[in-house]
Write a protein of this length. Structure first.
Length: 348
């Protein structure tokens, strides 16, 4: 029998009755054993239309002989039986049943993603989940459910945006900062210096990357008292570890190990994000964006270089980042904005 973690929610009609009915239908299924059910937690609606009623949320731990796809089918049949409508994304719903974890399986199909792609930063999912499955492991992050919840409780209230040159980090950060009244930490940029660097990277790479490392370390210094004010969100339009990613692209291979050692030492003294948002676009799309914004300092950049930077950042995320990660496409700015804003709201 496999263990799986289910999230339950309702914000229409008799919420308590709907949740209890869903649990009873799960209990009655011949291929499902209901191992534990959490208390019901009242939470504000996140994302979707404004002025929604609050939710009752909970979690259930199941043991089952069903495959993940068949578990999803069972959940959807129960939702349909209890009057679930799917007219508006994140809209009001009589019942919502999500498959969060199935053992340590990782799936990515049109119908089902495992682990659930947003569970790692959703407090309304993690709080009840920790009551019934505290030791279940998120297979891509490697943390238990209880550690994910502890991260939301203890990490600095800080979201970092990552991505290649031209992907739109600064524009997204500015709009999010306005909407959330966040403290915006901007990437230190000297366009005149960048023009010299991009024109001849081989001659200026080491000096430039060391200067950027110094500036990023100063901007994100962990001993800055601003990080201790948990009621204020901080947003940065850069990610500290992009220093290593950019240096991998620009520095000669023989010089990179020494730079990485300096970066590793400096990294111990900077604040780590509660959530990392990775913006992605193709090399050609990045090149088009850079050309359209028309900065003279970037006229020497090629699509190949921009694609290499994007690939190096993805590599750094895989190799060094620990914690919740939201990967979003830069092709639809409004959708990415709504997704990121909902993630920020869900962490509160």
């Amino acid at each position: 029998m496999a263990s799986c973690l289910i999230a339950l929610g309702s914000n229409l009609g008799d919420r308590h009755a709907a949740l209890e009915q869903a649990v009873e239908l799960l209990r009655q299924h011949p291929d499902v054993e209901l191992a534990a059910c959490s208390r019901w937690h009242e939470t504000a609606a996140v994302g979707g239309p404004t002025e929604q009623a609050s939710f009752l949320n909970g979690a259930a731990l199941l043991h089952t002989s069903l495959s993940p796809a068949n578990v999803l089918t069972v959940l959807q049949l129960i939702e349909n039986q209890l009057g679930r409508q799917r007219d508006v994304r994140w809209g009001p719903r009589a019942i919502d049943l999500d498959l969060l974890l199935y053992e340590r399986q990782v799936l990515d199909t049109d119908r089902l993603q495992l682990p659930h792609p947003r569970m790692a930063w959703r407090r309304f999912a993690l709080q009840p989940a920790a009551e019934v499955a505290a030791d279940m492991v998120h297979p891509t992050i490697g943390w238990t459910v209880s550690r994910l919840l502890e991260h939301l409780d203890t990490a600095a209230n800080y979201v970092a945006l990552a991505g290649s040159i031209g992907v739109g980090k600064s524009v997204l950060a500015e709009r999010l900062a306005i909407e959330t009244s966040a403290r915006l930490v901007r990437e230190p940029l000297d366009l005149k210096h960048l023009a010299t660097f991009y024109a001849d990277p081989s001659s200026h790479a080491r000096q430039t990357e060391l200067e950027f490392l110094r500036q990023r370390t100063e901007a994100l210094a962990a001993d800055d008292t601003a990080w201790t004010e948990r009621s204020v969100l901080s947003l940065s339009d850069f990610w500290y570890d992009q220093s290593a990613a950019f240096a991998r692209v620009w520095l000669p291979a023989a010089e990179y190990p020494a730079f990485r050692q300096q970066w590793c030492e400096a990294r111990r003294h900077v604040v780590r994000p509660k959530l990392l948002v990775l913006l992605e676009a193709s090399a050609d799309a990045l090149f088009d964006r850079v050309q359209r914004r028309g900065r003279r300092c970037e006229q020497h950049l090629t699509a190949e270089q921009l694609g290499s930077i994007a690939a190096s950042i993805r590599h750094e995320v895989r190799e060094t980042y620990e914690g919740p990660l939201l990967v979003a496409s830069a092709d639809d700015f409004d959708a990415t904005y709504r997704e990121t804003l909902a993630a920020i709201e869900a962490m509160r």
